[in-house]
Unconditional design. Structure first.
Length: 80
């Protein structure tokens, strides 16, 4: 069951797809797609296929410690 985005805050620890722990770093609208997005920093993981550093194009939405540790998602599985 997906967590309702309005109950999330930056800094919350969440589970994202693949049962990976992540910290919410951004909640809001982006230039790359319509609707509200959640930017998360994976904890102890990198996503070699879809991961980013918190930016898209030339715009930074959030900062990650490691390259490919960030993801933009539409919802999270649950808040921890």
């Amino acid at each position: 069951m997906a967590q309702e985005n309005s109950k999330l805050n930056v800094g919350d620890v969440v589970l994202v797809s693949g049962h990976r722990l992540a910290v919410v770093r951004f909640i809001g609208y982006t230039d790359f797609a319509q609707g509200e997005w959640i930017g998360v920093e994976l904890k102890g993981h990198r996503d070699e296929k879809y991961g980013c550093d918190g930016s898209s194009g030339n715009k930074r939405y959030f900062q990650t410690k490691h390259e490919k540790a960030g993801l933009f998602v539409k919802n999270v599985n649950r808040r921890i």
